[in-house]
Design a protein around this ligand. Structure first.
Ligand code: GRF
Length: 203
């Protein structure tokens, strides 16, 4: 399957996806990386891997609808079949998420449905939970909602700061995201007609 990745920053998850798509047979190939910010490390990671990149600044569009339309058209012209959000810091419109329903996935740095939104690691520390982690899920219009594909848990240590917890969660993310992409690309998990998750064992 041809994959497009949307980023806004450092792109360590993008790197994990690049490595797994290039070095293992996960049934997916990244054909385009789009960033809404220029000059970010994620774009350099894509360039080093020989993947086409595009910067589409949301600032050049009057509203989300127009920005999302441009994103959609770029993805379609590149032949993208699955879209991965990897630290993409823009909220997508319902129109966009419904066009890509079942083909659009995101990674979130907490065990959803807990700690949605920004600063999920700080939310976990403040709540005093002793375990957190990451979640890869299908994207729906509701932010950080949508069916869960896979999760990876990490312990919270007594002396953790937002930074140390973020680092530990990222290590988990780099395992979870390629696994989830493989499952979606190979059809092990999909959204069925009735909007329920359908699982199939892979031979
Ligand atoms: C990750 O923690 C991800 O869960 C969140 O944004 C961060 C992106 O990090 N959605 P990176 O750019 O992949 O390093």
């Amino acid at each position: 399957k041809q994959v497009g990745v949307l980023i806004s920053g450092s792109g360590t998850n993008l790197q994990a996806l690049i490595d797994s798509t290039q070095n293992a047979n996960i049934g997916a190939e990244i054909v385009l990386v789009i960033s809404n910010k220029d000059n970010v490390e994620g774009l350099r990671r894509a360039e080093r891997a020989g993947i086409a990149t595009k910067v589409i600044s949301h600032k050049n569009y009057p509203n989300r609808e127009e920005f999302d339309n441009v994103l959609h058209n770029e993805l379609i012209s590149a032949g993208v079949e699955i879209v991965c959000l990897a630290g993409f810091m823009r909220i997508l419109t319902g129109e966009f998420t419904s066009k890509w329903k079942g083909k659009l996935i995101n990674i979130h740095p907490a065990l959803l449905p807990l700690f949605k939104g920004t600063h999920a690691q700080k939310q976990a520390l403040e709540a005093g939970v002793r375990v957190s982690g990451c979640t890869v899920h299908f994207v729906e219009e509701a932010v950080d909602g949508g069916h869960i594909i896979t999760q990876e848990a990490v312990p919270i240590e007594l002396n953790d700061t937002e930074e140390t917890l973020t680092e530990r969660i990222k290590t988990a993310e780099h395992k979870a995201y390629p696994r989830a992409l493989e499952w979606v690309a190979k059809g092990k998990v999909r959204i069925g007609e009735d909007n329920k998750l359908v699982w199939k064992s892979l031979k």
